[in-house]
Write a protein of this length. Structure first.
Length: 153
């Protein structure tokens, strides 16, 4: 009989209280972490486009120069014409992923890039990433008139 009175262990209520506390901590942690996990690829895409934007401006500025570190500044100019018109006026150029690669533009490259230039300054643009591959899968980044990049999925 003495053994029964001197028992050790936790009661069911104590165990349930610990489980409830752990569940609350897990719920709060998930509420903080999950939004950051979904926002991280968008932020990374915006940063990548920011770097790519500067490389495209530099590539435009070197059209026709003897120093051609960007390969050939090549894209499809809306309304026809030549890419050199971007140096002196306004133009809209569509670049494919292959064209950006040939221009030695670094970073995770979008499938399609449409950029509006005014004397080699980017006035706006859209960078559309593939829906089937890569870290930025299905993300579109737009540049506004102030050069601010905004990513959406």
């Amino acid at each position: 009989m003495k053994k029964l009175l001197n028992k050790k262990g936790f009661t069911l209520i104590e165990l349930l209280a610990v489980i409830v506390i752990l569940a609350i901590v897990a719920a709060v942690t998930m509420a903080v972490i999950v939004p950051k996990l979904t926002q991280a690829p968008l932020d990374a895409a915006e940063s990548s486009v920011g770097n790519m934007k500067q490389q495209l401006v530099n590539a435009c500025s070197t059209i026709g120069s003897s120093v051609d570190m960007y390969g050939t500044f090549d894209g499809t100019v809306s309304g026809g014409g030549d890419v050199s018109t971007c140096q002196s006026g306004t133009c809209t150029i569509t670049f494919s992923k292959a064209q950006l690669t040939a221009m030695k533009i670094s970073g995770e490259l979008p499938e399609t890039t449409v950029i509006n230039f005014n004397q080699c300054a980017i006035t706006s643009g859209t960078f559309t990433y593939s829906t089937s591959e890569g870290q930025f899968k299905g993300i579109t980044v737009t540049l506004d008139a102030n050069g601010k990049a905004t990513a959406t999925k």
